[in-house]
Write a protein that binds this ligand. Sequence first.
Ligand code: SF4
Length: 285
Amino acid sequence: MERVRKPEWLKISIGANERYTETKRIVDSHCLHTICSSGRCPNMGECWGRGTARHQRDGKSGARGRRVDNAGRRHLQTHDPQEPTHVAESVRLMKLSHAVVTSVDRDDLPDLGAAHWARTIREIRRLNPDTTLEVLIPDFQGRRELVDQVIEARPDIIGHNMETVRRISPLVRSAARYDTSLDVIRQIADGGVTAKSGIMVGLGETTAEVEELMDDLRAAGCRLLTIGQYLQPSHRHYPVAEYVTPEQFKRYKETGLAKGFTQVESGPLVRSSYHAEKSLLHLKK
Ligand code: SF4
């Protein structure tokens, strides 16, 4: 497939500000690891400036069956029982107002990492009682008792990304099935925790398919949605079909809000943790 040229609207610089500079100094001096810096996220100036950052829990096996994201192949570590405390301390050192924690799939563990998730949430809570907390979890292969362990640890928001529309889902996320993901979202919402999801566009989906996905998410009880441009991490990954225009992202946001989402972040550079701290403000309204 012929490569699609990157448009101007995707080339931006990190807007430094006082809180960003101070957070960067802390991160560098303590050798802290965040997805924001390792993924060279262009939103760092904005997010760190608002006191939000994203950490990643360990990942030994890499992202299961996914051909659209290579985050799981970075910073591989062994399963460290001290890691919940390390992540919690990192949140404290960075003085975060809102922490987002993600993890790659841990298919190598009998509980797929669920107990470790629960420990991480509780440890962050213990060391950071004033920090709000959002976690982005895998589908735990649809095992409800494992999703329940995360729900019972009571983070403020639990996200599970649908990634893409139903038709394209089997092409880019062979193991995580569309309906399994919807069930996870429904379980989170039924469990009394705010459910969030995210998708990438630019994979060849149609507007009607995105709207159908929004309907599926709303029916499952999802309240928060992020929509961002898919960027091909390497030539081995699924190719970009299209760079969606900022105008189309704006239309997606309007459609999502009209369908009843409490918050929709939609834009070329939006990531699942972008403007995450705003979600709680929206929810309190
Ligand atoms: S969008 Fe997410 S990964 Fe990027 S800087 Fe913000 S919190 Fe970090």
